[in-house]
Design a protein. Structure first.
Length: 202
């Protein structure tokens, strides 16, 4: 893998893993729907003893171990929400909000992430619930947008009564599910027959 001295990555979350990260949409003990032989990097094997269909925590540990092993982790700056991208004559202008309570836990910055954090503009602000936030800006030659397809849950608001149930906290999207204790002793209806929908009843 090439060195990331000239590269930087801005991540909105607080840890590596996306869907499988600590704050990701996957619920505790959710398992992959593909075997570990398929869900893997060709140059990095799973740890011994992992089940054929790993659980969320195991996937997150695997991705974390990969990032540490190949030095990817030190290229990532967490707690960064990109709010504007503009193509210029020399590349791209990127503007993001950096939340210091998350960014403080990021790995030590490389030359690339340090440049991302200091170039052009950095002014103090506050964003909700007293969280310190800074607006930062940088220019880069190339840009990769890797926001994923599961960042926003698809909720059928056109179902009669669904909006009312969502506001009352009685109905949730599967990405907000964190265990069955919340629904213990009641009657539940699962809308959808994809992976999450068929896993919940089990």
């Amino acid at each position: 893998m090439d060195t990331c001295v000239q590269r930087g990555c801005a991540g909105r979350g607080s840890s590596i893993g996306g869907l499988w990260s600590k704050e990701g949409a996957a619920w505790p003990q959710m398992r992959t729907n593909l075997s570990r032989f398929t869900v893997s990097f060709s140059d990095f094997a799973w740890a011994r003893g992992i089940e054929d269909f790993p659980a969320k925590e195991q996937v997150q540990e695997y991705l974390e171990a990969y990032a540490q092993h190949f030095g990817v982790a030190r290229c990532i700056r967490f707690g960064c929400k990109v709010v504007h991208v503009q193509e210029t004559s020399t590349g791209f202008r990127v503007v993001w909000h950096e939340y210091s309570d998350i960014a403080a836990h990021s790995s030590q910055p490389t030359a690339a992430t340090a440049a991302m954090a200091t170039e052009d503009e950095a002014r103090a602000d506050h964003a909700g619930e007293g969280r310190a936030m800074e607006i930062r800006e940088a220019h880069c030659d190339h840009l990769v947008v890797a926001s994923g397809v599961f960042s926003e849950g698809c909720v059928p608001h056109n179902l009669p009564g669904c909006e009312k149930l969502l506001k009352a906290g009685v109905a949730i999207h599967s990405s907000r599910f964190r265990g069955g204790a919340t629904f213990a002793g009641g009657h539940e209806a699962v809308v959808g027959a994809s992976f999450s929908g068929t896993t919940f009843p089990g």
